[in-house]
Ligand binder design. Structure first.
Ligand code: 6OG
Length: 156
């Protein structure tokens, strides 16, 4: 048994727009995504999500709402990624580009799915409609999804 790799992913949104970050380096480089990263030892998942949001976007969120859990399996890698997805519509601070991310607002009608992870188009509608979800995706390489399952859930 290998423990899951625990990660966070946070989205700042208004009723019409969503803040995405262009990943400049590392895992997911060249794609737009929410803000997040690894949960460090001794940190809560919620605490890690707030820290990563601040480090990568410059924004402070007092409250994050947990909206989904995503499991990612990459064929050939025994370690699953467990990504906890959060949203907030209340934040403080000034949007700031970091070494890792270039933040930009997008209208919800023109989310750049073609320049994002291929799983996003499946679960974004749940997130955007505030419907809690659980997803499992199996990737072959960095683009191709060979299996997926997505469920609406009551509790996360
Ligand atoms: P660092 O390794 O840079 O954190 N992440 C994914 N996000 C989406 N939308 N789809 C995926 O499909 C993802 N796999 C990982 C979790 C990586 C960041 O990327 C997210 C983290 O926020 C496979 O610290």
């Amino acid at each position: 048994m290998v423990a899951n790799k625990l990660l966070t992913l946070a989205f700042v949104k208004t009723p019409t727009n969503i803040l995405l970050g262009y990943k400049k380096r590392g895992f997911g480089m060249g794609r737009w995504n929410g803000f997040g990263g690894k949960v460090e030892v001794g940190e809560t998942i919620d605490g890690a999500a707030k820290r990563e949001l601040m480090e990568e976007s410059g924004l402070v969120a007092n409250t994050l709402h947990k909206i989904g859990i995503l499991m990612f399996e990459f064929v050939g890698d025994p370690q699953l990624m467990e990504v906890h997805v959060f949203t907030t519509n209340e934040w403080k601070g000034t949007i700031t580009e970091s070494d890792e991310m270039r933040p930009e607002w997008f209208p919800i009608e023109s989310i750049p799915y073609k320049k994002m992870w291929t799983d996003d188009q499946f679960w974004f509608p749940y997130m955007l409609n505030a419907r809690p979800f659980y997803g499992y995706f199996t990737f072959e390489g960095m683009h191709k999804i060979v299996y997926h399952r997505l469920d609406s859930v009551n509790d996360l």
